[in-house]
Design a protein around this ligand. Structure first.
Ligand SMILES: Cc1ncc(COP(=O)(O)O)c(C=O)c1O
Length: 393
């Protein structure tokens, strides 16, 4: 059998490799505390689960769903955007439910890029932006996100000839992995840039609901001109602890939404309908769970950031998202430091370089582990610091 050359371009998916290393350790009988994966440990709220159980008994939900999603789900998404962001969406043309936002992020590159076209991709960034660009035959041009620039891309630094060949600009705020946030002023700048070069913006925004200290991250679509140039990806995964249910959405520019629908309707058959019913419940039901979850993450964030700053790493307090982006001690690469923590302290984190070369020198720690495991992780960091830490290794 001969496999396609397309696959040669793809490195193993970052988390597949990390999970393999953690599993290997655990198989050897080791107890690993994992800060590696951003996957809520807090269960889906009970009222959503109960609704799924009821919907599962309804025979009309046993048949193929429509790729376009239930009209009631599109309406619920539009209603949620209106209530949360004051953004008006036409549920018939400006909303598309997805099998998790990752699915749409993967497919949209095929709607915008012809072979050789450039996609502007943040570095560090969620790996799917680059990988879907490569699969579609495009070329990622990496936009460095640096601490000095608050992890925002500098549009002025993009060469004119690159910008002219670019068809797509990826943005992601609140940001994974850096924990950075962006305001409407920044989005305004991005829209100006997109208009100048006639390119599409895809804003990936699954973390807007995970936020701390009273901060409310905006939607890119709050700008009246945003719909002209782009779409936003969102998801129920992080908002309602539903990563395993696979429900997300693309909203915004009707032409691009329609293109994504045409593409994916040839590949998938939509979200199982009982899950869509549960998603409607999540979006239209009580929302207090969000503040309750954020209070838990905020407590964990404060403890973890205090500890890692105490043990020779350096991290800012993130205002949103559930990641802490920490600078490794001098003398280590991010991979060396990740291995050091796994080998010496049985702590798993993700190396910053896994998100792109500009992530070198950092590690990412997720807050999605139960409190007792987080406390154990903190004890291990402190123990590692007293036994193994060497300043400027
Ligand atoms: C930045 C970002 N975008 C998209 C996703 C995908 O989310 P989902 O497919 O669960 O909606 C993730 C998941 O971790 C993410 O971190």
């Amino acid at each position: 059998m001969k496999l396609s050359h397309r696959l040669d371009k793809l490195p193993p998916y970052l988390f597949v490799e990390i999970n393999r290393r953690i599993a290997q350790k655990r198989n050897q009988g080791e107890d690993v505390v994992s800060f590696a994966i951003g996957d809520p440990d807090i269960p889906t709220p009970a009222h959503i689960i109960e609704h799924l159980c009821q919907a599962a008994y309804d025979a009309c939900n046993h048949r193929y769903p429509e790729t376009a999603g239930l009209p009631e789900l599109c309406q619920a998404i539009a209603h949620w955007y209106d209530k949360r962001f004051g953004v008006t969406l036409d549920p018939g043309n400006e909303v598309l439910p997805l099998l998790g936002s990752k699915e749409g992020i993967g497919h949209v590159s095929f709607c915008l890029l012809d072979p050789g076209d450039i996609a502007l991709v943040p570095d560090p960034g969620y790996p799917v932006y680059s990988m879907s660009t490569l699969l579609a035959g495009g070329k990622p041009y990496l936009l460095s996100l640096t601490e000095e620039n608050d992890f925002l891309p500098d549009f002025g630094a993009i060469p004119d000839e690159i910008a002219r060949k670019a068809r797509l600009l990826w943005l992601n705020y609140p940001n994974n992995p850096t924990g950075a946030v962006a305001g409407l002023e920044f989005f305004q700048e991005a829209v100006r840039f997109a208009r100048k070069y006639d390119l599409a913006i895809c804003h990936d925004a699954p973390y807007t609901e995970v936020a701390f200290d009273g901060y409310r991250p905006p939607s890119f679509l709050q700008l009246p001109e945003a719909k002209e140039v782009g779409i936003e990806f969102h998801s129920l995964s992080k908002t309602y602890n539903m990563t395993g249910w696979r429900v997300g959405m693309a909203v915004g520019n009707a032409r691009l939404i329609n293109a994504l629908f045409r593409f994916k309707s040839n590949l998938d058959s939509g979200i199982p309908q009982a899950i869509q019913q549960a998603a409607i419940k999540a979006l239209t039901g009580p929302q207090e769970c969000i503040a309750e979850h954020n209070a838990i993450y905020q407590r964990r964030r404060d403890k973890l950031v205090n500890t890692i700053n105490e043990v020779g790493l350096r991290a800012r307090l993130p205002k949103a998202g559930f990641y802490v982006w920490a600078k490794v001690p001098q003398g280590y690469t991010s991979l060396e430091f990740t291995s050091e923590l796994l080998d010496k302290a049985n702590i798993a984190v993700t190396p910053g370089v896994g998100y792109g070369n500009a992530g070198e020198g950092y590690i990412r720690l997720s807050l999605t582990l139960p409190d007792d495991r987080l406390d154990e992780g903190i004890r291990r960091f402190l123990r590692w610091h007293t036994t193994s830490y060497r300043e400027g290794k």
